[in-house]
Design a protein around this ligand. Structure first.
Ligand code: HPA
Length: 258
């Protein structure tokens, strides 16, 4: 589980903190069990405790490498998003479906050529359909409605967008906007891990809202949506299973390595 803004912990049993050395730096995670389940859950806070790491400086490669190293097979990430579409209302929970990448400065791959090889990883279905199906099932069972099929625009941040940028993203088909899903989703796929994002709509995007955007607004909105998301995550943990009908594990079969 990768917790985004507003989600800095999950209730796990026998919790321990572990540091993992990766070629990209050290990563600290929490590991525990959920209820009576034997399988371990790894929790990672994307922005660190107290939101200290901005989106463009998150060490995405170290984070994903550490999860792979720990034997994680399925990642559920959360993200706060602004809405570009009247379909996505404040407080809605959204399963991301596609992304438009407008990041600028982030290493996007583990495959840097030379000994590491080159991988042109398939992104036809960036977010894992199997994990999404389980999250949808969890939503149905606890009565949390989910919006699906959303195209997420990933901006570089840390600034918010201009209204002109938001209009451009709308024309391009973007429905929500955030600063973190790319390259996280790409790196997870390069490692053959399943990855899905539960996004929470915290604000109307710049220029749609009739007021300037603040991080405080995002954090306050998360208090309501975050409760719904926490219930959804717990139910997802309860019913998550090994079977999957996705091809995520095969994603790096051409080149292998990681
Ligand atoms: N823009 C970018 N990132 C965000 C937003 C937004 O409006 N809301 C939450 N994360």
């Amino acid at each position: 589980m990768i917790g985004g803004t507003g989600l800095e912990a999950v209730a796990l049993l026998d919790l321990r903190t572990e540091s993992i050395a990766t070629p990209y730096g050290k990563v600290t995670v929490e590991i525990g069990r959920f209820e009576a389940h034997d399988e371990l859950i790894v929790f990672m806070s994307r922005h660190g405790k107290g939101h200290t790491v901005p989106p463009h400086l998150v060490n995405y490669r170290a984070n994903i490498w550490a999860l792979k190293e720990l034997g994680v097979r399925k990642i559920i990430a959360t993200a706060a998003v602004g809405s570009l579409s009247s379909r996505l209302q404040l407080g809605d929970i959204v399963l991301l479906d596609q992304f438009l990448d407008f990041t600028k400065s982030r290493p996007q791959t583990f495959y840097e050529g030379g000994g590491q090889g080159v991988l042109h990883v398939d992104m036809t279905e960036p977010y894992c359909r199997s994990v999404q199906a389980v999250i949808r099932e969890a939503g149905e069972s606890i009565g949390v409605p989910l919006q699906g099929g959303a195209a997420y625009v990933c901006t570089e941040g840390p600034r918010f967008e201009t209204p002109a940028e938001i209009r451009m993203y709308q024309i391009l088909g973007g429905e929500c906007v955030g600063m973190t899903s790319v390259p996280e989703v790409v790196l997870a796929r390069e490692c053959g891990m399943c990855y899905a994002t539960i996004a929470m709509v915290t604000n109307e995007a710049a220029g749609i809202a009739d007021h300037p955007l603040t991080h405080q607004e995002v954090v306050e909105s998360l208090q309501a949506a975050g409760k719904k998301a926490a219930g959804l995550i717990q139910e997802t943990f309860r019913i998550l299973r090994h079977e999957q009908d996705c091809r995520c594990q095969m994603a790096n079969a051409e080149v292998g390595k990681f």
